[in-house]
Structure formats: C-alpha cells, structure tokens
Design a binder for this molecule. Structure first.
Ligand SMILES: Cc1cc2nc3c(=O)[nH]c(=O)nc-3n(C[C@H](O)[C@H](O)[C@H](O)COP(=O)(O)O)c2cc1C
Length: 395
C-alpha cells in the first residue's frame, strides 16, 4: 500500500479544489511562499487562455498543519476558483440558475477530450458539462499543491529538481533526454521554461502563429532530479517497481500520451554496448560512464540523476472546431469553442515535477517510514551510511 496517499476533489468552475495528502511524518516544516511559488509557475505558461488572468492560485490550509509544521494528520489544502463568481448560476453545488445553466449545456463532444468517453461511461449525454468540469486540467493545480509539499519533504534529504520544455509542436529545443547540466539556465518562472532562454521569443511567435490559425499544440517536457539516493523502489513486484509508478503518474497528467525514462526512446534502436551505462571505480565510490538508464534499473533508483520525459498531445479544444455529432439530436456539426489554451506545455514542467515528487515522496516513506521527521532523518542517514562504499551524493 502507498505510504503517501492523496486525493483531489473539485470541478473546474466549481467553488474550488481540494487535495488531501496523508502519510506525511509529523514535524516537517513547510515554507508557505515556496508552495505558492510552485502554483504560480503553473499559471505562467505562454499560450494559455484567459482563465489564468482570473485565477491567482494560493494554498489555503484546512488541516494537518500547526505553526508551519505538519501534525502527522491528513494535510488538507484548498485552492479557490475565483472564476466561480462568474459561474455560480451554472456550477453552484445546491441551486442553479435555470437560464444560465441551459445556456452552458454541452451536447457535442470534443474529439480528444473526455466528453464522449465520459458520457458513455456514465450514460449521461444531456449535459457533457457534468464530465468536462472534472476532466478539466484545472485539477492539476491541486496536484501541484500536493507535489509542492512532497518536494519540500524530498529537498530536506538533498533532492533537487530541474525541469524544462524540450519541444513545442514541430519546434525542438533539445533533442533526446536532458541532463542536469542542460537545464542549468532554465528560469522556472519564464513564459516557456526552455533550456535556452534565447529561444523563447522565437517560440512565443510560433505559438502566436498557431493560435491565429485557430490550431493548438502539444510538446515534450523533461525533468531531472538530482540527489536521489540509490535503492528507492523495488525489483520484486510489478506494482512496486518505481519506473512503472512514475510512468503511471506521468500518463495520468491530462494530455500526456507517452513517458520515457532516461534514453528509453532512443536506445530501443541501438545495440547493447551503446545502450547501457558502464560501471567504473572512482575516488568517490563507483561511477557510471553515462546515464542512459535515467537513474532507474530494475525498478530501483541507482543513485544517478533521475531523468524523465513526458509527451503532451495538442489541446483538444480548437477555436476552428472539429467534426462531431450532437449526442441528443444526432445532428452533425463542428465542436463549439469555449475559452481554452492554444498550448499548455509552458505550464507543464511544474506539473511533471510535482507528479515525480509525489511518487518519489511515496517511495522515500515506503523505504524509510517513520511517523516523525526525526525518525525519518535517522533512517535515511543509516541507509546512506550503508551504501557509502558504492555511492556518495553529487554536488
Ligand atoms: C495544464 C493543462 C492545461 C490544459 N488546458 C486545456 C484547455 O484549455 N483546453 C482543452 O481542451 N484541454 C486542455 N488540457 C488537456 C485536457 O485536459 C485533456 O486533453 C483532457 O482532459 C483529456 O485527457 P487526455 O488528453 O489525457 O486523454 C490541458 C492540459 C494541461 C496539462
């Protein structure tokens, strides 16, 4: 069973989002500004729609924290949806304004969104809003809040995160898996979070052009985590292997259609001697000649940088519409555009980082447990001592 469990609730235009995070040790000191800074990063991406101008995401704590320290009870975080004020007649939990709600009914599903598949799953076709409000990626704000807490837990033990946008649509910024050094110049609060800030203007123009064509874009996001101790995860069972858990977390992000660990995509076409990372002795323990495995072998961390890539499809809501069918009348017609992003990939690095942090936080607690932060400190320290003949932390 997972040691760090979490569940989100809330709809895109409802009163707000909630996430309950359970399993944190008591006594972890949290930095409020760092939590909000991560939420702000999710709102920055260039190419996002008007919604981000309305929202000013901030974490409100409803339980599990006292004087900035975790109590060991469930941590309950909320994020207000400011836009609810404009949608109360359509989304109020108790009473709707019949005319306003009727004006917002959706019956023509957007290809690529959860509208049609969700309608068939729930046999509700009279208003697809019942599905799309929850399927909306607004929910990723709650994931980022939970991920920000997990990141603070991990940072206590020397984990560090870097993430960036590696490609937008047909524009590649960085080929292949990123290294820690590749991401040195990334400004996490910049509009497109690219490894090379000088590329940003060109990419912003590209997104503008695509927006004018009433089209949308996807892209590739990379994350590198340094300071991950060896031995997290398991080589024993399919559902405990860390590579599988990370891939599941990545694929659960709306729009993500593939995930690669290390050079996972590229090495499939190579021979074995080109694909693996030789081990050699050094003054600071054993070292690797390369990191094509991306820090994971056999479902267990090997102490090298953890390297992940997530591949995002283009946004499904096109201003120009896509062919569809009204599920109530059976009439053919183009989908209706409702305020939407041209691309969300500029916001995606912090989401990918957050999901990685939640999985790694779970793996850390699974390996070293402890209901207090002091107990966890001791267990981590003892483990690092045990592996010290082979591994030492990289600066
Ligand atoms: C940060 C972010 C913002 C998104 N914004 C939109 C949007 O404005 N319009 C849209 O149609 N899809 C948007 N998406 C994608 C949809 O949420 C996603 O395609 C949909 O839920 C269906 O899930 P799937 O693509 O994983 O199959 C966004 C995704 C992310 C990660």
């Amino acid at each position: 069973m997972s040691r760090l469990r979490w569940l989100t609730g809330g709809e895109s235009h409802g009163p707000g989002l909630t996430v309950i995070l359970e399993g944190l040790p008591a006594g972890l000191l949290l930095d409020r500004d760092a939590l909000d800074a991560r939420l702000a990063r999710r709102q920055h991406g260039f190419g996002r729609g008007g919604r981000q101008k309305i929202e000013k995401d901030r974490v409100i704590v409803r339980g599990g924290l006292r004087g900035g320290r975790t109590l060991g009870s469930p941590l309950v975080l909320e994020i207000e949806n400011r836009d609810f004020a404009n949608w109360a007649g359509v989304m109020d939990p108790w009473e709707l304004d019949t005319a306003e709600a009727a004006a917002r009914i959706v019956t023509r599903p957007r290809p690529g969104h959860a509208d049609f598949s969700g309608a068939m799953a729930t046999a509700q076709v009279e208003d697809l809003r019942n599905i799309l409000e929850r399927a909306s990626a607004r929910e990723t704000a709650a994931r980022v809040a939970a991920g920000a807490v997990a990141a603070q837990l991990l940072e206590r033990y020397g984990f560090r995160f870097r993430s960036a946008l590696l490609a937008i649509g047909a524009e590649t910024v960085l080929e292949g898996p990123p290294s820690w050094e590749d991401l040195t110049s990334v400004d996490p609060s910049s509009p497109l979070v690219t490894p090379w800030p000088e590329d940003e203007e060109r990419l912003v123009d590209y997104i503008r052009q695509i927006g004018k064509q009433q089209e949308t874009l996807g892209g590739i996001v990379g994350v590198v985590v340094r300071g991950v101790p060896p031995g997290l995860g398991s080589y024993v069972h399919w559902d405990r292997k860390l590579d599988g858990r990370l891939a599941q977390a990545m694929l659960s992000i709306p729009s993500v259609k593939a995930c690669a660990i290390g050079a996972g995509l590229e090495i499939c076409r190579q021979v074995g001697s080109e694909a693996h990372d030789a081990i050699f002795p050094s003054e600071s323990g054993l070292r690797r000649s390369s990191n094509r495995a991306g820090g994971l072998e056999g479902g267990v961390t090997n102490g090298e940088d953890l390297v992940l890539r997530a591949f995002f499809k283009p946004i499904a809501t096109l201003r120009r519409g896509l062919p569809s069918v009204d599920l109530v009348t059976g009439e053919e017609g183009a989908t209706v555009w409702e305020r939407s992003d041209v691309t969300a990939v500029g916001s995606a690095p912090v989401i990918v980082e957050s999901m990685a942090a939640l999985v790694l936080g779970d793996a850390l607690l699974e390996s070293f447990g402890g209901s207090s932060i002091e107990a966890l400190d001791h267990a981590v320290e003892a483990h690092l001592e045990r592996v010290s003949p082979w591994w030492s932390k990289r600066i």
